[in-house]
Design a protein around this ligand. Structure first.
Ligand SMILES: [Zn+2]
Length: 108
């Protein structure tokens, strides 16, 4: 469960650069990052317990994977493990940004 390690790193960075108290930390995660948002927000709660970020909420915006296949389709892919077009089964390339970004921090 690498979400615990990710939550720990995000909390360290936010705590270092933000005066407490923090209400919300908003992040955007690309589907190809292999992160389960619900696990990350769950990990956030116990990683920040007893720290200056205790009581804050990690809000995840999940950005889907987008594939452009060699025959010209552009598709949103729910399971981005293989770059295969769901319409024609041709291979393709990922054209989404696949972010892992802290987009904003809301102070209390
Ligand atoms: Zn296709």
């Amino acid at each position: 469960m690498h979400e615990v390690a990710l939550a720990t790193q995000i909390a360290r960075i936010v705590a270092r650069h933000t005066p407490a108290p923090v209400r919300y930390v908003n992040i955007t995660i690309g589907a190809r990052r292999g992160v389960v948002p619900a696990s990350l927000t769950y990990a956030w709660n116990f990683v920040t317990s007893g720290t200056s970020l205790a009581g804050s909420t990690l809000q995840c915006t999940y950005q889907p994977a987008i594939l452009a296949c060699t025959t010209g389709h552009t598709s949103t892919i729910d399971d981005p493990r293989l770059p295969v077009c769901p319409l024609c089964q041709a291979s393709g390339t990922w054209v989404d940004e696949n972010p892992f970004t802290v987009t904003s921090i809301d102070l209390a």
